[in-house]
Design a protein around this ligand. Structure first.
Ligand SMILES: Cc1cc2nc3c(=O)[nH]c(=O)nc-3n(C[C@H](O)[C@H](O)[C@H](O)COP(=O)(O)OP(=O)(O)OC[C@H]3O[C@@H](n4cnc5c(N)ncnc54)[C@H](O)[C@@H]3O)c2cc1C
Length: 720
């Protein structure tokens, strides 16, 4: 068994341990049942516990020495885990393996990524872009078993990322030899940031401009062998280097790749959608949108990962807040716990509500994605695809917006939690600083958050325009469930909150009535509808301006005018998308909580209210603009926050206990379940930095500095 400092120390109860025990003395709900509910049942909890124990007991997963590992050591350690994991992959049912990986992602995000570039990105590209014959071929070659093959995913280039259509790498069809020639035409076309490329990958899925008979056909995907799997050496025409030290996730070997006229067989182009025939005929897909499916999986995984990572960060911050004391109230015999300060509650507890919201939203979108994939898999030739395509478009846009919203929320959450540790939060050993560095990239990769949010905004504007057009024709637009509220524009914008405002005082007397979930749900919907309607109006105004003088038959000029109109309304579109995602999360939270057993309903209901109250307080502008809530309602909610927070505060430690993360998974002395935080912290710091009799560089630099020859004139005269 690994001798990690977090698991082996047994200490006599001390003041901090007593403080945490006090928090657990009379929980308002059965904590173990909450764990079962969150995990989806007793069996799921026990499976998760088994995985956590296995990880803790296997020395390869030890983390106590991480802060002192060098970059090469970290990468080697990370790769050693892949060997173990592929055994599980080969022998476990998919749902069990996915549950295992969900635990691993919170323990070791670097490893999760290193394996993720093969399975999620490389193999994911094969699954979504290859014909069934091609997929069988690559699986037989070892793509699924990771046998003689480790994949990477080469989309991004030094000069191009978000705008995939502008990639420069070329794949030119050579009819004479029936091959493609993959080439990097410039420095900016160098594939950059490619996970697994620097040291590991033998093959890659390369995104390149397809050129046939001198004509460009857009960006397509090609499998390109990169290294000899036996020797580990690069193949002819392949140049690869290391992108080097990063902000976080050092376990993954991100690299750059250049191709110099590398030849691959024509069959290495993935041809599920576009096909290039032997004679050079290019056949484009009838439904290009079907390729969206590939992107959704990664985004859904990041929504789920957001909730899991947030649970870990909050376990640390809330347990520390319950034992750390600063300042005493007059007459008190000991200082006050941080968690008892109103402001500390305002800082941490809304984040707890957001974490629960992300948990339920993650579960729901994961189920939605699985259902969609089953629908897509069962499509029959000649079937009417209208409904499937609508669902696909909605899921694609929604998952883009949620990926952005949840990864941003979690980034902010980790940083807030880190700051609540005061100076200790800056230590590598208290867990939150490295977590922040590891997490930050989630806001950029697999779609930059701003770009994704704008994409969702574009979808919402298009739904709103469709709804308005349908209405002028006396029909109703067919919109997916998540955007159905837009079909009610403009009527929905006339809705007002039924909670009365007292005529004499101008105040809302029953603030808690505003926090009823059905009122809150409507408030979110009207706020989102209002923001989308505004973005749509701005778009329409800009469109009329840019379309002036453009001929109805000039397709190119019309497309350019439309793009300019989208750009002019970008900010409104961005706000609309964020408001939509915030409300979407709330809706999924309420739906999830509705399924809770009776004895868990009260604490969850308080969290739902807190999510709503915090959103209204933080984003009062969007709620007030919509007109559903008045200034009196918002003010009442702001006032109600303190009482709400005091109630949630009582549940805080039991709620993070219900996340049921072991000390090994939490990986921070500050999140230790027994509360023996200072002793564990001191032990970790001194173990990794043994006290020395003198500095190792005392003789080389400190001593010469102190003893250097001093010229008299260097000393100023001290005058009376
Ligand atoms: C650690 C790491 C690992 C990665 N792994 C891989 C990998 O394995 N394979 C791979 O192919 N890629 C990988 N990437 C690349 C990653 O997917 C891209 O960095 C990401 O898609 C963003 O693209 P970009 O860097 O070109 O940013 P850009 O698109 O240049 O964005 C720069 C800034 O401009 C803003 N911006 C861009 N377009 C607009 C617009 N239309 N309107 C307003 N603002 C805009 C963005 O919000 C951003 O703030 C990785 C990146 C990192 C950091």
């Amino acid at each position: 068994m690994t001798s990690t400092t977090t698991t082996t120390m047994i200490a006599a109860p001390n003041r901090e341990m007593a403080a945490l025990a006090e928090e657990r003395a009379a929980p308002a709900f059965p904590v173990r049942d909450m764990t079962y509910f969150l995990d989806g049942g007793k069996d799921a909890t026990e499976l998760k516990e088994r995985f956590m124990l296995e990880l803790e007991r296997d020395p390869v997963w030890r983390k106590d020495d991480w802060p002192n590992l060098t970059l090469p050591e970290m990468r080697e350690r990370t790769m050693a885990k892949a060997r173990l994991i592929v055994n599980f992959l080969a022998n476990e049912p998919v749902h069990v393996f996915r549950a295992r990986m969900a635990v691993i992602s919170t323990v070791d995000p670097g490893f999760w990524t290193r394996l993720g570039v093969h399975y999620g990105l490389f193999f994911g590209a094969l699954q979504s872009q290859a014909t069934s014959n091609q997929l069988t071929y690559w699986v037989q070659k070892g793509a699924l078993a990771v046998h003689n093959m480790y994949g990477c995913f080469l989309m991004t280039e030094m000069g191009h990322g978000s705008n995939v259509q502008a990639l420069e790498t070329t794949a030119t069809f050579d009819e004479a030899s029936d091959e493609f020639v993959i080439h990097t035409p410039s420095l900016t076309a160098t594939k950059w940031w490619i996970g697994g490329a620097a040291h590991t990958a033998t093959h890659g899925t390369v995104y390149a401009q397809l050129i046939v008979r001198g004509k460009r056909h857009g960006v397509k995907v090609f499998v390109v062998p990169l290294r000899d799997p036996k020797a580990g050496t690069l193949l002819p025409g392949i140049s690869i280097g290391d992108c080097g030290k990063k902000f976080g996730r050092d376990g993954i070997d991100n690299g750059w790749v250049q191709f110099t006229n590398v030849r691959i067989p024509r069959s290495y182009m993935l041809m599920k959608h576009t096909q290039v025939k032997r004679d050079g005929t290019v056949i484009d897909p009838p439904l290009a949108q079907l390729s969206y499916g590939a992107l959704i999986q990664g985004r859904v995984a990041m929504v789920v990962d957001s909730g899991n990572t947030a649970k870990k960060a909050l376990t640390i911050a809330i347990r520390y807040g319950a034992i750390r004391r600063q300042f005493a109230s007059p007459g008190a015999d000991q200082e006050t716990k941080l968690l008892d300060y109103t402001i500390h509650q305002h800082r941490l507890l809304p984040l707890l509500a957001q974490t629960f919201a992300m948990h339920f939203a993650g579960r729901e979108v994961d189920a939605m994605y699985t259902a969609l994939m089953e629908q897509l898999d069962s499509v029959q030739p000649g079937q009417d695809m209208t409904t499937v395509l609508e669902t696909l478009k909605e899921t694609h846009a929604t998952s883009a917006g949620l990926k952005a919203y949840c990864t941003w929320t979690t980034l902010n959450l980790i940083e807030q939690c880190r700051q609540t540790l005061g100076g200790h939060g800056y230590s590598e050993y208290t867990g939150l600083a490295p977590m922040l560095k590891d997490w930050a990239v989630q806001c950029t990769w697999e779609g930059d958050n701003t770009v994704l949010t704008l994409q969702l905004g574009r979808f919402l504007v298009s739904c709103c325009r469709e709804a308005i057009t349908a209405k002028t024709k006396g029909t109703r637009a067919k919109l997916g469930a998540g955007v159905a509220y837009l079909a009610q524009v403009p009527e929905i914008l006339k809705r007002v909150c039924p909670v009365p405002v007292d005529a004499a005082s101008g105040e809302v007397t029953d603030a808690m009535a505003v926090l009823d979930p059905s009122i809150l749900r409507t408030a979110f919907e009207v706020a989102a509808a209002c923001a989308v309607a505004k973005a749509t109006r701005e778009f329409e105004t800009a469109l009329s301006k840019h379309m002036q003088g453009v001929s109805a038959t000039n397709k190119k000029a019309r497309a350019a005018a439309t793009e300019r109109a989208h750009e002019d309304s970008a900010h409104a579109r961005f706000v609309a998308a964020k408001t939509h995602s915030m409300g979407y999360l709330f809706g999924k939270f309420v739906d999830g909580v509705a399924k809770a057993p009776a004895d868990l309903a009260a604490p969850l209901h308080r969290l739902v209210q807190l999510y709503g109250a915090h959103a209204i307080t933080e984003h009062a502008g969007v709620f007030l603009t919509s007109g559903y809530l008045t200034a009196a309602h918002v003010s009442a909610v702001q006032t109600a926050m303190n009482a709400l927070l005091r109630n949630v505060r009582k549940d805080a430690v039991p709620l993070v206990d219900a996340f049921n993360l072991t000390d090994f998974v939490v990986g921070s002395p500050f999140g230790a379940k027994d509360g023996n935080i200072y002793e564990r912290y001191f032990e970790r710091v001194t173990k990794l930095n043994p006290p020395l009799p003198k500095a190792p560089y005392f003789e080389s630099t400190i001593k010469p500095l102190l003893e250097r020859g001093i010229q008299d004139e260097e000393y100023p005269e001290l005058e009376d």
